[in-house]
Design a protein around this ligand. Sequence first.
Ligand code: ATP
Ligand code: MG
Length: 563
Amino acid sequence: MTLGDSNQPMDFIRVAVMDDLKAGRYSRVHTRFPPEPNGYLHIGHAKAMCIDFGIAAEFGGQCNLRFDDTNPVKEDVEYVESIQQDIRWLGFDWEDRLYYASDYFERLCEYAVTLITKGKAYVCDLSADDIREYRGTLTEPGKESPYRNRTVEDNLDLFARMRAGEFPDGSRTLRAKIDMASGNINLRDPVMYRIIHATHHRTGDAWCVYPMYDFAHGQSDSIEGITHSLCSLEYEDHRPLYNWYLDALDIDRPRQIEFARLNVSFTVLSKRKLLRLVQGGHVKGWDDPRMPTLSGLRRRGYTPEAIRDFCDRIGVAKKDSMVDIALLEHCLREDLNKRAPRVMGVLKPLRVVIENYPEGRVEEVAAVNNPEDPSAGTRTVPFSRVLYIEQDDFRENPPPKYYRFAPGREVRLRYAYFLKCVGVVKDAQGDVVELTCTYDPATRGGDAPDGRKVKATIHWVSAAHAVPARVRLYDRLFVKEDPDDVDGGQDFLENLNPDSLEVLTGCWVEPSLAESKPGSIYQFERQGYFCLDPDAAKGSLVFNRAVSLKDQWARIERAQRVG
Ligand code: ATP
Ligand code: MG
């Protein structure tokens, strides 16, 4: 076995795992990723997976996928399937170790009976509200349930009848008999089983009592022989309860180590909140490219490599913090810069007619596919008398420091010729709708033999050859860095950004894109990275802008170095 075989710096979890192996507390490393199938995975889960699968791999161990499917009311096969797809996409593999907590329902029920027999669990007739009331607060101890001292026989009988379906939902629970005065509220006689007459996505109607997550989680780890149960910080206060169950049952106990949850600015990472965005129609689905879900990020144009790089860079810490979304975008740019083919696309077209270019003539100019990767080669792009350029690259009255196209000025057309603006055509409202231009045939390839210079190079497409496209531009989903920052009585939805999506129709892209496949990602020169959406299959091309070229993170880093 290799110890800590990785380029990763040794964070506190890796140090702890290494110590356990050195001290012989464990002779192997076995972790698990335990999603509840009640929503799609998000970037926070990516962090957890990089830790769970990543650490197992580094120490020559294994990582299981286990669905913690203990709540039939909130769970669905749609989620079970999407979660598996997303884990594979991110590049992790559970091999043949796919498990479900529901596989252990019978075993968990036996554990419950064991605890009853040992006098450590009882059937309680208090309602959910009463249980909450009796639980006390952080500052006051709880009160004992009047049903706490039922006999073992009564408890065994009542639990068997709960399981047999004799009682309605919510009428009884099975609770652990621990300590109603404990400083840790999780230990104040927590509920182990509740009655829910609902169909489970895997066990159907076989059960009407379901274990609480807290009663299932530790035992599931134990059954699977997990050595290191790595989870986010909110489970820290639950660890004493997991350990209490495992010790009371006298079964193997994994070592649980908690790490900080990932929070990313301008978005929310909670399945409950993401579900509200979907159900409320605030986004178009779990895979809307504005969502921080893995399926949304994928559709947006994120690559698994960029997401894993992001998780490596944020590292593993013990304290919750907020990560700047600009870092995630930076990781994507770094990855795509190396790999994405360059193409030309005009988002807001302005027609250009080159007066001195022969009508009907077409030239193929050579264009570089990726300056970062010579092996990507070149392609040809057709050039002709009528072109589209970007409206933004022209000003009739250019302000100071605007160096692009304007009346009387000359610019370079990328990979082609120098172009001079000799006139403008306006519509009835006085808006410029067309430019009359001339080109210099001696500048083919982009340089003037007489050595004269231009201040700007702009992209273009040939009007007769370009392919029509729609483009979706995305902005932050929320206007506040912390969407939960709201006044009393309001909730995070108040902070939604009303302008998070802008759809551009009437865009034109170079003809090489006509045959591209959904999911393909390109750099549109000077504009950003764009991913062909699956909606493209329904007709014309639809591109999602994954990220623009302006790197805010690089700017933040520079400022930090200076400051
Ligand atoms: P949510 O609040 O989004 O529903 P959860 O913790 O309930 O998240 P689970 O499906 O139970 O979601 O999570 C599976 C694993 O992913 C757990 O081990 C959990 O600790 C981890 N995880 C979930 N969200 C984050 C996050 N934001 N950062 C790091 N790890 C996370
Ligand atoms: Mg959960």
